[in-house]
Write a protein that binds this ligand. Sequence first.
Ligand SMILES: NC(=O)c1ccc[n+]([C@@H]2O[C@H](COP(=O)([O-])OP(=O)(O)OC[C@H]3O[C@@H](n4cnc5c(N)ncnc54)[C@H](O)[C@@H]3O)[C@@H](O)[C@H]2O)c1
Length: 443
Amino acid sequence: MSSDTARPRAAVVGLGARARLFTQALAGPYADRFELAGFCDVNPHRMAVHNTWLAEHHPGRTPVPTYLAEDFDEMLRRERIDLVVVCSVDRTHDHYIVRALEAGCDVVTEKPMTTDADKARRILDAQRRTGRDVRVAFNYRYNPVHSAVRELVASGEIGEVGSVHFEWLLDLRHGADYFRRWHRDKVNSGGLMVHKATHHFDLVNWWLGTRPESVYAQGGLFFYGDEAGRRRGLARDYHRAHGSPAAGSDPFAVHLADSPLLSALYLNAEAHDGYHRDQNVFAPGVTIEDDMAVLVRYATGATLTYHLTAYSPWEGYRIAFNGSAGRLELLVEESTWTRPRMPTNGSDPVLHGAEADDTAGRTELLLRRFWEKPREIEVATGEGGHGGGDVRMLQDLFGTRAPDPLHRAADATDGARSLVTGLAANHSFETGLPVRTGDLLEF
Ligand SMILES: NC(=O)c1ccc[n+]([C@@H]2O[C@H](COP(=O)([O-])OP(=O)(O)OC[C@H]3O[C@@H](n4cnc5c(N)ncnc54)[C@H](O)[C@@H]3O)[C@@H](O)[C@H]2O)c1
């Protein structure tokens, strides 16, 4: 930690959409605790956009110094960085986490912590070697309804948990978004078993207080991609929507020019890196799955049956815990239906989770103890992104840390424990066989 300033100095790597949560927090409510002192990205335009946003919210503020990716180490040195927040493309997380730890910094990384077992081992080794902190931004742990589930399970209300049944649906807006940009290539994201399900596998590890031991999975590309799109007559003939007449009638197209936010962050930044945020979900090149079924066995003996679908008419999840004294059921409808095209009123057409969806429906947590009438558990829904999880997580990451009986702070081991279920599922997709997680990653 630098000695000549009272406030630790923070840098953010990867100045895309998600980074905004962190840049605004560090320059806003947590500015008295941290100095936002560096931006690093392959794309100078996106860093400039974040500086413009900061200036809009904080007139007179000096722009944050910007560094290109190859100058990351120099940024750490020159700006005397103490904390690095990693929000770049998933496949690059390990590089920045390890370099930052070796330079003596603490790290907050977006999920997934990384995308394969070798990278996870490098992170775990670097963390142990340096003794610095790695926090994984599992914001779903901070959603009040998920905290209530943890409390109920830990309190023994349903006894010992024998099994969990968990279905997560991504709607045609949010689910499709993973097929429009870098996530569609498994090398970048690890596929949805890693990129998306890492949240869900982490929740189950945390709720049950255990770790996965074996995984069997089946998954495939059922709906998106060129072959399925052609077969069902859904595919239009274009590569990316912007400037393509064929995209005009495609309900799956995202039109960057309709949104000031997406134009600023992506369309106007393309000259620097050719990143197209609006690719055709039915164009060739998709190497990830959109329909995945997973069976996990945990160290406690509990099992999980999990299903992730990325082409659903509504978005949300159903979870049931079967216990030796009863059953706990959760239903969350994050969106009840999907609009074919977002209004062109400047609202964001695709970015998910920044705020509650205006098509959101019920949240219902039901406790069904043996021999008793079902009891609905009232939970105050949180304001802000991800059911209020984002705001609470920021407080835990950057605010005064209070003792947390729920143990919501996730470290590198939690990141690896969640990752390994997804990696094992990916492996099982390929081989058709069950996978022992210890054969992939020991922790
Ligand atoms: N916890 C959540 O709810 C949540 C939500 C959204 C995104 N995320 C995570 O945040 C991260 C960013 O996602 P996003 O939606 O903002 O994506 P994005 O595409 O908007 O931003 C990614 C940024 O990384 C930059 N980048 C690419 N290669 C780089 C490199 N080699 N070095 C440095 N920067 C590089 C890009 O230029 C871009 O600015 C991902 O890891 C994603 O999983 C988490």
